[in-house]
Design a protein around this ligand. Structure first.
Ligand SMILES: Cc1cc2nc3c(=O)[nH]c(=O)nc-3n(C[C@H](O)[C@H](O)[C@H](O)COP(=O)(O)OP(=O)(O)OC[C@H]3O[C@@H](n4cnc5c(N)ncnc54)[C@H](O)[C@@H]3O)c2cc1C
Ligand code: FES
Length: 308
């Protein structure tokens, strides 16, 4: 397997080097994998050098902190919260794929639930999140109070971040189903910032918010039922007509598979998708998010981006 295919989303951040470096399990640095040579494709500050000059110690890890909830509402089974955070947090959570772990302050740490940043306002130090109530962890958030515990920032909520950040002046397609509209907001903002022409297909389920319409007043937003195969046929037709360079799919693995299978033969677009894996620690330690790749190697999907 070529380790250079995988890049750690935290590399070069203030959380790098991490526990993995201390245990000779660094995702990026061969020296910090216990090898005796340098062979990484990381172009930022040398991780080994940083580790060496910090007396072979990792940087401090993210810890949960209590933040005030400035505004909150529940619409059917979706909780929408605006949270006052620090300026630093609002700034680093502005990039697509950002997420945090949230929990009620009266609950134990194992109620932590990964939730995408829907929007972040650096000037006001505010973040906005939308939580769909599903099971034990999210039900506990229904009774939210004046504050909430937040652990973050984390950034690997989306695969294909490199494509997303480097696609400019092109035509792109965004598909977002249900609560996956939340991470789609920062994706659309990034694509528009890079002067792309963006077509958007949203599938809100009954009684759900159409977040995308609320944020963007674009003519190019259409609503389509993504439950059936029709969406794959529609995407193929749109792809042939518009020659998209990038397609974002926010939704389940099965939705992603259905759409990718229908258009990959056209071999024109880069795919960017939501990370739907179960994420528990977010630090590459617990293994909850691990997926076996085609070479039979376990990949910690909470940390890793594939790079070509
Ligand atoms: C990076 C990321 C960003 C997310 N962003 C949002 C968001 O913005 N809004 C939102 O409503 N949901 C989001 N989710 C999904 C959310 O984390 C799960 O719905 C939540 O963890 C369910 O927990 P539960 O105990 O309420 O339900 P459960 O009954 O435990 O599970 C319900 C469903 O959620 C999945 N799930 C359970 N625990 C996790 C976990 N730790 N990580 C991922 N999936 C899990 C289960 O596989 C199952 O499909 C995100 C997940 C990830 C990984
Ligand atoms: S969530 Fe724990 S290793 Fe990825």
């Amino acid at each position: 397997m070529d380790f250079k295919q995988w890049q750690c989303v935290d590399a070069g951040s203030e959380y790098c080097p991490c526990y993995l470096a201390e245990e000779n399990d660094c995702i990026t640095c061969t020296q910090l994998q216990g090898k005796s040579y340098c062979d990484c494709n990381w172009r930022g500050v040398c991780i080994y050098n940083d580790f060496y000059f910090s007396e072979n110690k990792r940087k401090d890890t993210r810890t949960a902190q209590e933040f005030p909830i400035l505004d909150g509402k529940v619409v059917n089974d979706i909780i929408i919260l605006s949270i006052q955070v620090t300026k630093y947090m609002a700034r680093v959570l502005k990039q697509p794929g950002s997420y945090v772990f949230v929990r009620d302050k009266n609950n134990d740490y194992f109620f932590d639930v990964p939730i995408s940043i829907m929007d972040s306002d650096e000037e006001k130090s505010l973040i906005k999140i939308a939580i769909e109530v599903r099971g034990v962890k999210t039900k506990k958030l229904m009774g939210y109070g004046d504050t909430i515990m937040i652990r973050g920032p984390y950034w690997n909520g989306i695969f294909g971040l490199d494509y997303l950040k480097t696609t400019k002046n092109d035509r792109c397609l965004v598909l977002a189903r249900g609560i996956a509209q939340a991470p789609a907001i920062l994706v659309i903002k990034q694509l528009l910032k890079n002067n792309n022409n963006v077509d958007i297909i949203v599938n809100k389920r009954a009684n759900e918010y159409n977040f995308v319409n609320e944020y963007f007043n674009l003519d190019s937003i259409q609503e389509v039922d993504m439950g059936s195969n029709d969406v794959a046929i529609l995407c193929k037709r749109l792809m042939e007509e518009n020659n998209y360079k990038l397609i974002f799919i926010g939704g389940s693995d099965s939705l992603q598979g259905k759409i990718i299978r229908s258009i990959e033969e056209l071999n024109q677009a880069k795919f960017v998708t939501t990370n739907n894996n179960a994420i528990c620690c977010g630090e590459g330690i617990c293994g909850a998010c691990a997926k076996m790749n085609e070479d039979g190697i376990w990949i910690k999907t909470c940390k890793v981006q594939r790079v070509d």
